[in-house]
Design a protein around this ligand. Sequence first.
Ligand SMILES: Cc1cc2nc3c(=O)[nH]c(=O)nc-3n(C[C@H](O)[C@H](O)[C@H](O)COP(=O)(O)OP(=O)(O)OC[C@H]3O[C@@H](n4cnc5c(N)ncnc54)[C@H](O)[C@@H]3O)c2cc1C
Length: 461
Amino acid sequence: MISLEEIKRLVGPNGWIDGSELLQRPVDFWNATPTQALGLARPASTQALSALLAACNRAGQAVIIEGGRTNLVSATLANPDTLLISLERLNGVSVPDPHAMVIEVGAGAVIEHVQAICADAQLRFGLDFGARGSATLGGALSTNAGGFQALRYGVARDQVLGLECVLADGTVLSHLSSYAKDNTGYDLKHLFIGSEGTLGVITRVMVKLHPKPTSSNTALLAFDSFAHVLEALSTLRRSLNGTLSTFELMWQEFFEFNVNALLNGRSPLDIGHPYYALCEVEGFSPDTDGETFQTLINGLFENGVVVDAVIANSERQRAELWRIREEFEDEIQAFTTMVDFDVSLPLQQIEAFSDQVRVTLDREFPENLGLHVLAHLGDGNVHVTTGLPDAIRKDELKRCIYQIIAQLGGSISAEHGVGLAKKDYLHYSRSPGELATMRALKRALDPKNILNPGKVIDLAG
Ligand SMILES: Cc1cc2nc3c(=O)[nH]c(=O)nc-3n(C[C@H](O)[C@H](O)[C@H](O)COP(=O)(O)OP(=O)(O)OC[C@H]3O[C@@H](n4cnc5c(N)ncnc54)[C@H](O)[C@@H]3O)c2cc1C
């Protein structure tokens, strides 16, 4: 184990929080138990981090890198001997380059802060999700986060042009290229994106930006069949020239639950339809975009694709529609032992998947407390949440749902990552050959297994 004196020397007096102080702090967003760890090191530069990791590697000291601790898969759960390393002091953000449309960002910068700086420069950072106010860019890249705009701008991985990263032995790999074309051998950055801090530590990022749209229109649509949902998604994507940024599908049970919980049952649309979609289009012709959107929605209505629709006519109404989609506090209360799934499937399999989940729950787990289904539909990403009266059959339920995913050719983790929570289920989506290759990469880059050991994949197999 590394000595505390050595850590303090390497990170300076402001760079250390003792393990005893961390006991005041919850583990992460979902886990309210106290953080148990050796302590928290807060290096202020890539060089300090490099020296710290080199010392940890020599001593065989296990470390876990922390961003905003908003991950949903127990990826930052430590034990009393683990050293936590936060990148919160590596949070510098450059002035956006308006010509190249890029910005250089420290891994510890909070997503919402990066979004605001880009917006001030009339540029758009293409990543957005509910934890924007706490999650960091380093954390979002390490989990390859998705969110609400992936339909238009892609996932976290797609926002990156260049990356600086520190390996377990302290080696700094700095490749902060600001151009799109760079075929100089293996594209190493993609190894670290999505690897949840198990292969290296991301310190700086060259982020690709987009022109900031100048108009925004939001609608809530109701459908009577899944085939019509798919038709509307396809029509909106084609007819809006790629400016559709959000298509969030809510199944009836979730929609009605949140309308009752949040709006005292005052639904913006008639209830009783099997599907509701929150759509947002962001364009560049503020004078005509609203009318174009309205005409399209009218067309969908006249053709019987959409059975009911409302277009937000104020920012307040838009916020109310988003509340129905985003809030989950009441769901947490209602579901006692919450069991949630973040999966993806081929678009054509999503209806079959949700039907099979319903049947499985009702037949095998009649004690379930409800079934809420949501989808970032354009990405094939489905969020399923149910509740059980206690945790006794939780693992059994997970295996049942992941078996359905495997049969339908889907992924057991669409956007939240693997961490500890999904490690035991990885084989439902990855072949033995793929798992062996992941182990080989981990052994090559982190031979002493000091980086987030025991997360994502076990070396022993
Ligand atoms: C309310 C809420 C809504 C959410 N909505 C979405 C959503 O819509 N879409 C979505 O994709 N996700 C969503 N998430 C989860 C999302 O993945 C995380 O919020 C975020 O990506 C993690 O960022 P973080 O800074 O909190 O990282 P942490 O949680 O601190 O860390 C996550 C992982 O990354 C590693 N890590 C952190 N920083 C670095 C670094 N610099 N270098 C190497 N490894 C590092 C950690 O070791 C850990 O394994 C949501 C979470 C919450 C709480």
